[in-house]
Design a protein around this ligand. Structure first.
Ligand code: ADP
Length: 471
């Protein structure tokens, strides 16, 4: 098939429509001109001809009556009247010559004129020519009558033709409307299939790229501008994927390499703090404690980044074992408590006795609880309350961490679980904690959500299934 550019295809389609519409308009113009000519012929020739022929029929009859009276009375006045009337009829026949249009009419008209000429001379002759005069008059009458028949039939023919032309002109107009509508519809369908649909696919794909979810290239159809755009888009998406994966590898490598020296620094700081190589002075001990705490924070961050990388690539390995939810909550609260007490925050913990031991990765679940509790402390006003509850609901254990803090604006609640997304940037942080929470909970087969009201507080909740699927 001929490969045409989109612009050429559109140009051809519009040219085709224009061509069809122009041809129909031309056809309509010709039909209208013929119609006008026929109407003109009827009004100015055919109709006056028939009217004149009716007058002629009456004139010839009158002529016969005059001639009959003259034959009986031999009154010269009748002869004069006969002559005048015959001349008038001759004049009418001459006028008819300009009105009739067919060859038959013209022939009959010539015959009638000839017959009139013969008839005119008869009354002047002796009475012996009487029979001849009667026959001549009858012939003239018959000829004028024939002429009338021929002109009437011509008038009817023109009337029928006018009707047909009117019908034809209506048909052409209808055809023009239907054709242009059908072709416009065809162009609209073409535009929708060949332009709008691929553009919609590109828009969806662009959104997917934005969310870093595009995996399959968009199919390329044809070889027009849209196809070129699709090819360019596919190339760009592939390049982005490559860059993304390169970035992830680099990121994973750097964070991994950071962990070992950080662990060594943390271990050394702890040993120094405990006075292993010798007792430290008060000032030195405080500096060593600073080093230990900062290193712990850095290690936590590096570990979260490594876990997020593993979650993204599906390489997170869960170390599953039976664990007690109440103890997990208590351990996490104990870890956070010194910081919470610093800010004069109270804890209220309610864990239902009916919760059985669950098969889970205790280290990862500890991280989930610590992240949620740390956020509750960080985003609480001093002297607030942090409530932790755990209960069985249907086939899940539902854990909630509720605070009386600053809350989250409604329009940001759906994004806070995405990596690097923050609803409040003024309090520092990285925007990674909740992404880790979500990743770990989903990896355990659970769900996670937040309910929050600005200025009143937030409730972060997650579920853990009582039965781990596949175990
Ligand atoms: P970070 O706390 O390091 O910013 P997170 O992923 O833990 O990152 O949290 C993302 C964002 O969600 C926070 O920046 C904050 O805006 C919001 N957020 C999380 N927990 C709370 C909370 N308990 N109260 C109010 N906002 C919160």
């Amino acid at each position: 098939m001929l490969a045409l550019r989109l612009s050429h295809k559109l140009f051809l389609a519009f040219a085709l429509i224009l061509g069809v519409v122009l041809s129909l308009a031309g056809w309509s113009l010709i039909t209208t001109r013929r119609l006008t000519a026929e109407n003109h012929g009827i009004i100015h020739r055919a109709l006056p001809a028939v009217r004149l022929e009716v007058t002629l029929l009456e004139g010839v009859a009158a002529l016969r009556r005059i001639e009959a009276r003259h034959a009986i009375l031999r009154d010269p006045a009748y002869l004069q009247l006969f002559g005048e009337r015959a001349q008038a009829i001759e004049g009418d026949l001459a006028v008819l010559g300009a009105l009739v249009s067919t060859a038959e009419e013209r022939q009959t008209l010539a015959d009638a004129a000839e017959q009139l000429r013969k008839y005119r001379t008869l009354p002047e002759r002796p009475p012996t020519a009487k029979t001849e005069a009667v026959q001549s008059a009858l012939r003239l009458e018959a000829l004028v009558h024939r002429l009338y028949e021929q002109s009437s039939s011509e008038l009817r023919r023109r009337g029928t033709l006018t009707g047909q032309l009117e019908e034809q002109s209506r048909l052409v107009a209808l055809l023009a409307i239907v054709t242009s509508l059908a072709m416009s519809l065809a162009i609209a369908v073409f535009a929708s299939l060949r332009i709008a649909r691929p553009l919609r696919e590109l828009r969806v794909a662009a959104r997917a790229v934005e969310r870093r979810k595009l995996s399959e290239p968009i199919p390329v159809r044809g070889c027009d501008e849209i196809a070129e755009l699709t090819i360019a888009f596919n190339r760009m998406a592939t390049r982005l994927r490559e860059v993304d994966s390169l970035k992830q590898h680099l990121f994973a490598a750097i964070t991994h390499d950071l962990r070992t020296p950080l662990t060594v620094i943390a271990w050394s700081a702890e040993r120094l703090g405990k006075g292993a190589p010798g007792m430290l002075g008060e000032r030195q001990a405080s500096l060593v404690e600073n080093i230990r705490m900062s290193t712990d924070r850095l290690l936590g961050l590096v570990n979260q980044l490594l876990d997020l990388g593993r979650l993204k690539t599906g390489k997170l390995h869960l170390d599953l074992d039976l664990a007690d939810v109440a103890s997990l909550i208590q351990d996490a609260v104990d870890e956070i408590r010194p910081w919470a007490e610093d800010r004069r925050l109270r804890f209220d913990i309610t864990v239902s006795d009916s919760i059985p031991k669950l098969l889970l990765d205790a280290k990862r679940m500890h991280q989930v609880l610590v992240n949620l509790l740390a956020n509750a402390v960080k985003f609480s006003k001093t002297e607030g309350l942090i409530t932790v509850t755990a209960e069985v609901v249907h086939h899940d254990v539902v854990v909630k961490v509720i605070d009386t803090g600053i809350g989250i604006p409604a329009h940001l609640q759906s994004t806070v679980f995405e990596r690097y997304e923050q609803a409040h940037t003024e309090r520092g942080g990285t925007g990674l904690g909740l992404a880790v929470v979500k990743g770990f909970v989903l990896a355990h087969g659970g769900r996670v959500w937040v309910e929050s009201e600005e200025g009143k507080g937030s409730c972060f909740a997650f579920t853990l299934p009582l039965e781990v699927p596949g175990r």
